[in-house]
Design a protein around this ligand. Structure first.
Ligand SMILES: O=C(CO)[C@H](O)[C@H](O)COP(=O)(O)O
Length: 292
């Protein structure tokens, strides 16, 4: 089938390649002309025969919104827009309504697989009407990993991004657990080879996993991670997971703590620990450390 793909960055560029390898035609548009097959969204829409399927793979928020606004004007009734970015699931209903007013279908799709997806396939979680999903199915089949697993119709519009958001929340907590275990092992003198302990865990253990494999890769590159600064950014999905937990009164202590650990990583001199030091000093005369 034919697909229009908007956004040809790290994810979109590799996805174009994987879909083409499966024998489909992909017309790609990106603001960077070096990556694009056409020089505008109008050009992309003109090149596709109807009914069209256009997959949007641009950063969540303003970039996704403006792309969908533009597509709503350019596409025709019966066409489908897929949002494959990491959009907040609460935006999906709005996007579906905006497009529905023009007779255009909408499917939201959480995509996991990172830079490894080109070869390994992408895990897909999609939400939307059955008929709309069916029109995109050949593309889902091309992108998903080989075998029985790796793709799911998660439910109504929004369910795909909700599932991906929770996946990323779990990702935060798993990474935090590996990071904490690694730091503790590194701290203890009697342990002489932390990297080999991590490597040994790759087979036979309860915690063997792709994240563990990636941790071993990272330690092979830089055994004590000395080249890195202890700073972790976040793209929003961890926050949204915690917000959804609050809205639904679901306790998420591990995911919440892992999100807050990232916030802590951005502080060189913790303001709250200054207050704790000051209070301990006030009530107990406990020693404080002064700024150098
Ligand atoms: O979806 C992903 C992996 O599954 C992305 O890599 C995601 O952007 C990572 O999130 P964060 O920047 O918040 O760590």
């Amino acid at each position: 089938m034919e697909l229009g793909l908007v956004g040809l960055g790290k994810m979109g560029g590799n996805m174009r390649e994987r879909i083409r390898r499966a024998g489909h035609t992909v017309i790609g548009y990106d603001r960077n002309p070096d990556l694009a097959d056409v020089n505008s969204l109008q050009g992309l829409v003109d090149k596709l025969k109807g009914p069209r399927v256009v997959w949007v793979m641009v950063p969540a928020g303003a970039a996704t919104q403006s792309t969908i606004d533009e597509l709503a004007e350019l596409l025709s009734p019966g066409d489908i827009v897929v949002d494959g970015g990491n959009s907040r699931w609460t935006d999906d209903e709005k996007h579906a309504e905006e497009l529905k007013a023009k007779g255009i279908g909408f499917v939201d799709c959480g995509v996991s697989g990172g830079v490894w997806g080109l070869e390994n396939g992408y895990a897909l979680m999609y939400g939307g009407e059955k008929d709309d999903v069916a029109k995109v199915q050949p593309i889902f089949d091309a992108l998903k990993p080989e075998g029985d697993f790796g793709a799911v119709h998660a439910g109504k519009v929004g369910a795909g991004h909700f599932a991906k958001m929770v996946h990323n929340g779990i990702e935060y907590a798993m990474m935090q657990a590996f990071a904490e275990g690694w730091e503790l092992l590194e701290k203890v003198d009697s342990v002489t080879d932390v990297r080999e302990i991590f490597r040994s865990w790759q087979e036979g253990t309860v915690i063997r996993s792709w994240l563990l494999d990636l941790a071993v890769n990272a330690l092979d590159d830089d055994e004590h991670l000395e080249k890195l600064r202890g700073f972790a950014a976040d793209s929003g999905e961890g926050r949204w997971t915690v917000e959804a937990a609050i809205d639904n009164a679901v306790p998420l202590p591990a995911i919440t703590a892992s999100l807050f650990a990232r916030f802590g990583s951005r502080q060189d001199d913790s303001p709250q620990m200054k207050m704790i030091a000051a209070l301990r000093n006030q009530f107990g005369g406990h020693a404080v450390e002064s700024k150098k």
